[in-house]
Design a protein around this ligand. Sequence first.
Ligand SMILES: [Zn+2]
Ligand SMILES: [Zn+2]
Length: 218
Amino acid sequence: MGKIKDITGQQFGRLVAMEPTDERYDGRVVWLCRCDCGGKSSVCSSSLVKGTTRSCGCLLREASAKKAKDITGQRFGRLVAVEPTSERRNENVVWLCHCECGNRCNVPVTSLINGNTCSCGCLRVDVSKMNMDAHVGRVEGTQLSRLQKKGFGSSSTGVRGVSFRKDTGTYVARITLKRKTVYLGSFPTLEEAAKARVVAETELFDPILEKYGMKREE
Ligand SMILES: [Zn+2]
Ligand SMILES: [Zn+2]
């Protein structure tokens, strides 16, 4: 066995080769390795050299932990993430969410983070309950051209629908449709309030605009 290439002390990712074992894998020496996390693992020398194995398994564990991102208690529009369910949609963890209206619903984490979903559906229901008013350019009681506008305009914060509350030091997001104002929540930062507003615009305005073959301005 004089042919063993000595890699003692060499680092491969998180692993450091400690000593060769008597084990062979595919004719290659299996090395006992120490991992940065404190773990130990026996890895074939070719996996080390090729870089296919770079930890005792802790890297993978960390990656999957990151995937199951903890958003407990975080607010997304009207929704607050309560707990992850065992359900997965396209490998995304589905979270049980509590909606301001009192409903509960299951939403994939990506939909929450991307802002595709910001209510149990009640925002949309609120809209569909509203009557149609097929006046030229003015339907559902709202000027369509106004819905198309981006959420920036005249407002104390520079973001349409977001106001600053001096007493609480928070940013309050609202959206108005057909002279009805929907409270979207109060947020510690302008960004979060603006995001809630954009999310609500997407959820509320887009279906209406779509119905009339229009699109919101990018
Ligand atoms: Zn490790
Ligand atoms: Zn709801």
